[in-house]
Design a protein around this ligand. Structure first.
Ligand code: HEM
Length: 320
């Protein structure tokens, strides 16, 4: 496809209400990105085996921009070339099943104490910073993934906060280098502390990062809506979903039933599924914590919603 043809598809795609595809023939970077906002279009991709998880393509064969970006995130551990379990394909991958089961089992068997709830509620009431909330939340959620429940120091929570959450962060001066260094520190901490059997360092590093970023975000939303009657409703509002979008990669030269006006490039075309918008449109927590269905949704969902409800009891304004 020549550059002019790529541009020509732009208005036609818009006219036909197809997802926005940005296809820039830049050497090495290989930018071919599709932004999918419509929940019905996300459902088509969700069910299509030609649309897969990032690590169904070997790290070195992914587009240049993706290799660069994910290196600065909690999803790819470059040192061991391991990917967080959500980025792994499921079909015929027994290791995926074991890792997911292990994380889910740890989250189910042990929740949190009433002291944990009071501590976080007090921090919220005193207007504590995101950094202070991260230092409190990271150990509550993550010591369970370390042998002997090793304590997690505040500097690890801070490093976890520095890892990239969006490709836009790459554009901010100095942020990328700090994110890569911080990711290495968190992985080294996991290795030195000894993670529980069946997991990889990147799984634990991801979970620490999710506590320091997304969980803290939910707590600050709760603080600003302490009187809210329905937390399920609150956390399905598009502006309140901590994860805006999830990535997928094309595994075949498909047009995905007409979603694309010309075929995807296997291993190179990356989709961003806007689950945040879908949550707002369909008002289901399975969009806040996944792609709209229980299958492969976040195993932290029950813990999160229970913890938020318990904290709310402490911070809800009293009726006069
Ligand atoms: C409020 C905080 C969180 C939100 C909003 C959230 C959201 C999500 C979303 C949207 C996915 C699906 C990703 C995809 O389809 O590509 C996911 C997957 C996952 N999350 Fe979370 N997450 C949160 C916190 C956590 C925490 C703290 C942990 C672990 C302690 C965790 C563990 C996982 C795991 C293991 C998966 C992979 C599930 C699978 O692929 O089978 N999440 N999460």
């Amino acid at each position: 496809m020549y550059p002019l043809q790529r541009l020509w598809h732009f208005p036609i795609d818009m006219w036909n209400r197809l997802p926005l595809r940005i296809d820039l023939p830049i050497p090495y970077l290989q930018i071919d990105v599709v932004f999918v906002n419509d929940p019905d279009q996300i459902k088509i991709l969700r069910e299509d085996p030609a649309c897969g998880r990032m690590h169904q393509v070997p790290s070195g064969q992914q587009p240049g921009w993706a290799q660069y970006f994910f290196r600065g995130t909690r999803f790819h551990d470059v040192t061991h070339d391991d990917w967080f379990v959500a980025m792994e394909g499921q079909q015929g991958n027994t290791e995926y099943e074991q890792r997911r089961e292990q994380i889910a089992a740890c989250l189910k068997s042990e929740w949190y104490t009433s002291d944990d709830v009071s501590k976080v509620a007090e921090l919220l009431k005193s207007g504590a910073s995101d950094e202070a909330l991260a230092e409190a939340m990271v150990p509550i959620i993550n010591c369970r993934f370390l042998q002997g429940h090793t304590p997690i120091p505040g500097n690890i929570a801070q490093d976890a906060k520095r890892m990239l959450v969006s490709p836009v962060d790459i554009l901010k001066p100095g942020v990328y280098e700090k994110a890569v260094a911080a990711g290495k520190t968190v992985i080294a901490f996991c290795t030195a502390s000894g993670i529980i059997k069946g997991l990889k360092e990147v799984d634990v590093a991801h979970n620490i990062g999710a506590a320091a970023n997304e969980v803290v975000k939910t707590l600050t939303i709760l603080r600003n809506n302490a009187a809210c009657e329905d937390l399920d409703e609150l956390f399905t509002r598009s502006e309140n979903t901590p994860t805006a979008a999830v990535p997928r990669v094309a595994l075949a030269a498909s047009k995905f039933g007409g979603l694309l006006s010309y075929p995807a490039r296997p291993g190179k075309t990356v989709f961003f599924l806007n689950i945040s918008k879908a949550a707002g449109m369909e008002r289901s927590l399975f969009w806040t914590f996944g792609t709209g269905v229980p299958e492969r949704s976040c195993p932290f969902k029950p813990f999160a919603m229970s913890f938020l409800k318990d904290v709310q009891h402490h911070i809800r304004p009293q009726a006069t």
